[in-house]
Design a protein around this ligand. Structure first.
Ligand code: MG
Ligand code: MG
Length: 241
């Protein structure tokens, strides 16, 4: 868990640096280049997404209606009012860490701000439920709870996952569920918890590039993710600075 936390701290610091660099006029290709340089500046750290299943970038960078897996491009320029998710994976000494955050570009609408806030709250609630003795379903139930009084869609076709020697391991961690359902959460497990919400439909589709997942109605989407270790004392966020 400690090596995953080391890898995770690189991601957390990279995200913190990005919050100052994500401004109107910057391209998603430039963000990707920054992420890659930031990661490899750390001895033995490797951008985990690059080449994974054939993905071309070091970060998945998804704009507005894009949910996940956006391909970075120097032709894709951020504009005032956009929201942009930057999902980063780091491998260090054979251990993986995974974290995503949705940033605002300059001033954003109240609607967009509310979506970011609720998605981030959903992640916090989901992490709180990640304790020994709970079940995977408790994590999804916490996300559903936060969204209950909103019109937001919970993206159900994409899920969180175990993390460790591989980026994607068992169990799957759905963002919906029933308390007490699914695999038991036990001390020592490490999970990537990653609610994805849309301002409209929960349905998604994949673009012709074979990667970019968007909301079916092109409504805005937000994504927050932490890699979390389960300890006897409760959840330990491994992707923090
Ligand atoms: Mg991720
Ligand atoms: Mg993940």
């Amino acid at each position: 868990m400690d090596t995953i936390a080391l890898a995770g701290s690189i991601i957390a610091r990279c995200h913190a640096e990005l919050s100052e660099r994500i401004v109107p006029g910057v391209s998603t290709g430039e963000i990707d280049e920054f992420v890659e340089k930031f990661i490899v500046a750390h001895e033995r750290a490797i951008p985990a997404f690059k080449g994974l299943y054939g993905f071309p970038g070091s970060a998945c960078i998804s704009l507005n209606e894009e949910v996940v897996h956006g391909i970075p491009s120097t032709k894709r320029i951020l504009c005032e009012g956009d929201i942009v998710s930057v999902d980063i994976g780091v491998q260090l000494d054979g251990w993986y860490s995974d974290s995503a955050r949705t940033f605002s570009v300059g001033l954003i609408s109240e609607e967009a701000r509310a979506l970011l806030d609720v998605t981030s709250l959903a992640l916090a609630a989901a992490i709180k439920a990640t304790v020994p003795g709970n079940h995977v379903g408790d994590i999804g139930a916490a996300v559903v709870d936060i969204c209950e009084d909103t019109d937001y869609g919970i993206i159900r076709e994409l899920v969180g996952h175990g993390v460790g020697r591989e980026l994607h391991e068992e169990p799957q961690v759905p963002n919906h569920g029933l308390a007490g359902d699914g695999p038991l959460l036990q001390e020592g497990m490490v999970l990537a918890i990653e609610p994805m919400l849309s301002a409209g439909t929960p349905r998604i589709k994949t673009l012709d590039d074979g990667w970019t997942v968007i909301t079916a109605d092109r409504s805005l989407s937000a994504h927050f993710e932490h890699t979390v270790g389960i300890t006897p004392y409760g959840p330990r966020i491994l992707t923090s600075a």
